[in-house]
Write a protein that binds this ligand. Structure first.
Ligand code: FAD
Length: 461
């Protein structure tokens, strides 16, 4: 048998059930399609394109070491995948399942094509511990709230163990594009130096990150994860996003780790990812449509200059600016600071959460079709499981609590280096730094304005 393995968000040779199945069955063509043509497929943002470039380079090297060639093609998947199957004279095509609306339609169309052309098509579960439709409420529908979803996952069938890695591949030679011609890597200007300094895209880098986490950071995670100034989380998010590592591998690696509170806290975060995909499966337009329709009436401001100040990390609030600048420099932002910067945009600036979602989509290396919109909707209060709208993060109080000494702030806002206490956290007092902006808004006034706006649409939370 010759099988085309169509890889998508599963750029790995280990724990890859589709690839494993194909390799056990005979010859293999490993295919990646850059699809920027199909209807409804959201184009990748800049940081994710950079990541994809390097991840594919790493994957091509690994496939080469195993004895085959990674075939790269560009175009609408419904055209390209059948063309490669035909070129390779393959008998079968296999993939690991995706859960976004447009992606499911594309996969269904290719399955239908295969059926009509006597080509076998098989799909596998690889990227979520629990596929969205397998976890249901008592009434048989999707969950809207995280805690009962988590409990249902715990009651569900144990996730399987990782499947063994593929080390040997053989198959026919099929023409491939040249990765360099895809233009995924930024040029003119190349802004990616900060990303390259921080990350090692690819399966090997993901494995190292996981091992470092399990050996070090995991013990103490439950408290260290709240402190942006220390490396207190796994930083696996972009690796999980591109499927360089699977949640099954992550789960297996932390199984039995102690203390138990740390392991449970970490697995609870892994289940937020599961939950967000569950939400996206139930609502494919999660990135554009308020889950709660009331929010369609929200009086969002149109204030491009304010949006720009936020995007550039020039709000005058140190923790907000540090977060946004961490994002610029490294393509990643600490979770607590994501919540605070999101709250600032939505509540203090009263700007539509979709503007923030789009900015994160373009700048995060882990920009994820489910996690990004679901978290923004959560922060806005428009989501299924929503942050209480009456709670507005105060970025000064938050900074004093989670970055008291300013380790994080001063790393990304050098204008504030050497300061402490109020001079650091409220730098607009007696001795304002000359090159750092004054606060762009008053926290109290804008908090009141936000609460009035929420009350006006009759939101409750
Ligand atoms: P860890 O704390 O080590 O967690 C382990 C893994 O669990 C993460 O890699 C991630 O896959 C998952 N996870 C952790 N927290 C969350 C969460 N709140 N929601 C969903 N999954 C979670 N995460 C993304 O992967 N992509 C996004 O586009 C994204 N956008 C976000 C936007 C906003 C406004 C907010 C508040 C959060 C967003 N998150 C997103 C969630 C979270 O901030 C990141 O997953 C986390 O910071 C990644 O760092 P880590 O891998 O070190 O996390």
């Amino acid at each position: 048998t010759t099988t085309v393995v169509w890889l998508r968000d599963d750029l790995r040779l280990a724990d890859n059930p589709a690839l494993r199945h194909a390799a056990d069955d005979g010859d293999v063509v490993v295919l990646y399609v850059l699809d920027e043509r199909s209807d409804g497929v959201r184009p990748l943002g800049g940081a994710a394109r950079w990541w994809l470039h390097h991840s594919l380079r790493a994957l091509a090297a690994a496939v080469h070491d195993a004895g085959a060639r990674l075939v790269l093609r560009r175009g609408a998947a419904v055209d390209v995948v059948p063309a490669v199957v035909t070129d390779a004279r393959a008998d079968a095509v296999v993939w690991n399942r995706r859960y976004g609306g447009s992606e499911r339609e594309i996969d269904a169309a290719i399955k239908a094509w295969a059926g009509e052309h006597a080509v076998e098509a098989h799909s596998f579960a690889a990227n979520l511990l629990h596929e969205p439709w397998t976890i249901t409420t008592g009434a048989g529908g999707p969950f809207r709230v995280y805690s009962p979803f988590l409990r249902a996952c715990r009651r569900a069938e144990e996730p399987r163990d990782p499947v063994p890695a593929v080390h040997r591949l053989s198959g026919p030679d099929v023409a491939s594009d040249d990765l360099g011609d895809w233009g995924l890597h930024p040029t003119a200007p190349d802004w990616s130096a900060g990303l390259a300094a921080q990350w090692e895209p690819g399966e090997a880098g993901a494995g190292r990150r996981l091992a470092d986490f399990v050996d070090g950071i995991l013990a103490g995670y439950d408290t260290s994860r709240e402190r942006p100034g220390v490396e207190g989380t796994s930083r696996l998010s972009p690796h999980l996003r591109f499927g360089e590592i699977s949640p099954f591998q992550v789960r297996a690696a932390v199984a039995g780790a102690s203390p138990r509170e740390d392991r449970d806290a970490f697995l609870a975060e892994i289940h937020w990812r599961e939950f967000n995909w569950h939400l996206l499966y139930a609502q494919p337009d999660l990135a554009t449509v308020n889950h709660r329709a009331k929010f369609d009436g929200m009086p969002w401001r149109h204030a491009p200059a304010d949006l720009r100040a936020w995007q550039r990390g020039r709000t005058g609030y140190p923790l907000v600016d540090a977060g946004i600048r961490q994002l610029w420099q490294t393509g990643w932002m600490h979770n607590r600071v994501r919540m605070i910067t999101a709250s600032f945009l939505i509540k203090n600036l009263l700007l539509d959460w979709r503007a923030g979602e789009q900015w994160f989509w373009d700048t995060l290396v882990d920009a994820d079709a489910a996690n990004n919109p679901a978290n923004w909707q959560w922060a806005a209060g428009s989501g299924a499981d929503a942050f209480p709208y009456v709670r507005v993060f105060n970025p000064v109080t938050q900074a004093r609590k989670f970055d008291a000494d300013g380790d994080y702030i001063t790393r990304f806002v050098p204008e504030l280096a050497g300061r402490s206490g109020s001079a650091l956290h409220e730098p607009w007092g007696d001795d304002p730094p000359p090159d750092y902006p004054a606060p762009m808004i008053d926290l109290k006034d804008t908090r009141r304005r936000a609460l009035d706006a929420y009350a006006a649409i009759g939101a409750s939370g």
